[in-house]
Design a protein. Sequence first.
Length: 259
Amino acid sequence: MSTMYMFRHGNAQDRISEAIKLLIDNPGKFEDVLPELTQSLTTCISNEQALLCIVSELFQQSVRENNFRYTGARMCNYFSHHLDINLPGGNFRKHLLDRCQEEYEKRDSLLSAAVTHAHFIGFTLFLGELLLNMTDSEEKRVETLVPLVHQLINLLLDRTEEKFLRCAVQVLKLTGAILSDLEKAASEGETPVVDAIFVKIRAGLLDEKFSRSIKNMLLGVVELRAKDWGRMEPDPRLNPQQANPYLNQNPMAMSAPMW
């Protein structure tokens, strides 16, 4: 039997904040909470500002809270299909995508100061979750997110700090299959954008500045792509050294040929 959570008090921002707090502690209650929350919000959102407030609160918490990001993306998808509010400025999905675009345009400034690095990483991971978990009105991937994710991954891979490279790998593990499939569908089976990303990753495997742990992390995503993002079994005819030419090679062996 489902529990009634009410969400009858306060304005739209109060109600979404109450629900987010509940779901951070109890993500398994998603299916019980969202229908009731959506009905509650529908009754109290009567203008653009109220709708923008719930988009902003959901966006900020999803970027900030590691253990809410996946649930936040699922909430965004649920609202985009079930929060039946259409105002002159648009519906929930439009305002959310507009907010993502606005944040994306701040990418250079977010990367320029150490104090905003965590925000940049959180935002990038949230976009990855949205691409994975959100669909448009025709139940298709939200393809407007794809070039944003591509560019953010490239920016991360241009950095040398482990936190940025780790984020790039996490996003690729989340979205690599989707990015590859969408690009193949649009480019006659080719994936030039994803290929260019992996040129950078392979260069990192040969970079003497990177630690063994970073190289192992980069190698892991190379291996994952080689297995069609986990959708195929490795070729049993290949041993690990044959499948992964970077395995067990020291920096000198990887960076210079032996004459």
